[in-house]
Design a protein around this ligand. Structure first.
Ligand code: ADQ
Length: 489
């Protein structure tokens, strides 16, 4: 890992993301309790050597009073986190509105929410203004903490306006931006009223990263077709200034999962689960309850499989674990009731007095519980309609060292490009095809399972989250040095 700092000092990295990796609960006027939520990004950055990382983001709570803000800032400082305070109105317009109601569905090719399409179109400008205001607030906090030589790494679709704000503050700042979702075809992006402004602000960064080469290509096409700029093999060029664009596929901390399998709690849970589902093959889905994850489509495909394969009916169970997210958005509430209705119907249709074919849980599992489930699973079903990468597929593979189960994976998840040779790839919209793949997976020979698993396991254990973060930061340092050399020539 190349050091960007001087005299052997660790290079400082400011990671800017909409949410801090902590949940904060207020205990009193000036006291807070904090819990670090170990997401993919946190473990990725913990593993990066020679970097001294700090996080900047929203703590996910409204703190209107100064006493509370000061106390939370102090408490967060111990966790190397710096808060950006957003009030309820701006959260409503920027986060629920522009980010989750407009950019998220659009980037996943789902279009604007069907029911309130016109209302969304009307409120578009005010939501975009709030988005820009919120991004400026993030930039203000970054600039208060920035020191010369720091690397600033901005994350995701919430902060597309941030690179521009940061460069306006200091044109020498090293700024990288990474998108965790797909970047859609330029034909989709061009429907956004703010299409050009967003592209131009992202282009202010030195390095722009995506999970896959396809997303990077879509981004470059949007810049050439919408802005009329020149795309080069290195990125996008605007009047002699090059913004480097490249693919940096994320991974997981596979060692953490492997270690967990040896933990007594996980072993105990594996034993319980094996007893509970003895005599049945276990199929598993783990998703945030989001329309991009294709949960209704997955369950309908499972129903078709049961319909067409009566002999399997009492020999298989589908466990679908779905964490509710964005529960105050009506579209998500509708999705929850839709999933409940389908599950109820299928269990009524194929269940017996003693067993049901689908166990659906609307909640998050703790880490050990999740590892145990991954380990006892015979077939994992990842049927996202679109997904930037999909880490659940990686986590499943990491926990399958012994069992060598089968992964059924949507061809529309970024992970299809890395795990495609080992997984059974499916079009999640085609439930006949998914049902046939379920049958094929359950009946697959152990030789074929082993061969497929070996391919996936090698990928997941060698392309880790740490590699991803190190490669991005090191590439950002190099990009800035190269740009300086070019301007000197
Ligand atoms: P997500 O859409 O959240 O991430 P994913 O990559 O699958 O999707 O990550 C989800 C994480 O949440 C996993 O670590 C998983 O273990 C955990 N999780 C999900 N359901 C859970 C449950 N019921 N209980 C406990 N834990 C659960 C976004 C993009 C992805 C991209 C990632 C990282 O949408 O495409 O891969 O960012 O860039």
């Amino acid at each position: 890992f190349r050091m960007g700092g001087s005299r052997g000092m660790k290079q400082r990295l400011l990671v800017v993301a909409n949410r801090l990796p902590v949940s904060a609960v207020r205990r009193g006027e000036d006291s807070w309790s904090l819990e670090i939520s170990a997401g993919g990004l946190v473990s990725a950055l913990l593993g990066v050597k020679d970097v001294d990382a700090k996080w900047i983001g929203w703590a996910g709570v409204n703190v209107p009073d100064e006493v509370g803000q000061r106390a939370l800032t102090r408490a967060l400082a111990e966790k190397r986190c710096i808060p950006v305070f957003l009030d309820e109105e701006i959260v409503h317009q920027y986060y629920n509105g522009y980010c989750n109601n407009i950019l998220w569905p659009l980037f996943h090719y789902l279009g604007l929410p069907q029911e309130d399409r016109l209302a969304t179109t009307r409120s578009f400008q005010s939501q975009f203004d709030a988005y820009k205001r919120a991004n400026q607030m993030f930039a203000d906090v970054v600039s208060q903490h920035y020191q010369e030589g720091d690397v600033v790494w901005c994350h995701d679709y919430h902060l597309m306006f941030l690179p521009k704000c940061l460069k306006e503050y200091n044109s020498k700042m090293k700024v990288g931006w990474f998108l965790h979702t797909p970047f859609p075809s330029s034909e989709i992006h061009r429907t956004l009223p703010s299409r050009s402004e967003l592209l131009r602000s992202v282009l202010a960064a030195d390095l722009v990263g995506f999970h896959t080469y396809d997303y990077a290509r879509h981004f470059v096409s949007a810049c050439t077709r919408i802005l009329g700029l020149e795309g080069t093999p290195e990125g996008v060029e605007d009047q002699g200034k090059l913004t480097r664009v490249a693919a940096f596929p994320i991974g997981i901390d596979s060692e953490r999962f492997k270690r967990a399998l040896d933990h007594p709690t996980v072993k105990e849970r594996i034993k319980e689960l094996k007893q509970r589902f003895e005599g049945r093959k276990v199929m598993l889905g783990v998703d945030r309850l989001d329309m991009i994850k294709g949960i209704p489509q997955k369950i309908l495909a499972f129903e078709k499989f049961l319909e067409e394969n009566p002999l399997w009916r009492d020999k298989v169970v589908l466990l679908q674990i779905a964490v509710p997210t964005r529960t105050d958005v009506p579209e998500y509430q509708k999705l929850t009731s839709q999933v409940h209705e389908i599950v109820g119907r299928i269990n009524g249709r194929f269940g017996t007095l003693t067993a049901v074919p689908i166990h659906h849980l609307d909640r998050s599992l703790d880490f050990y519980g999740l590892c145990a489930l991954y380990a006892v699973t015979d077939v994992a079903l990842v049927t996202s309609l679109r997904d930037g990468m999909n880490l659940v597929s990686y986590e499943f593979v990491a926990c399958q060292g012994e069992k060598k189960g089968v992964l059924i994976l949507s061809e529309f998840a970024g992970a299809a490009q890395s795990l495609g040779a080992g997984a059974l790839l499916v079009n999640p919209w085609n439930i006949t095809e998914v049902a046939a793949s379920i049958c094929y997976a359950l009946e697959m020979s152990s030789d074929e399972r082993e061969k497929r698993h070996r391919h996936n396991y090698a990928h997941v254990t060698t392309h880790t989250a740490q590699d991803w973060a190190e490669t991005f930061v090191s590439e950002l340092n190099d990009t800035v040095v190269e740009a300086q050399l070019r301007t000197r020539q």
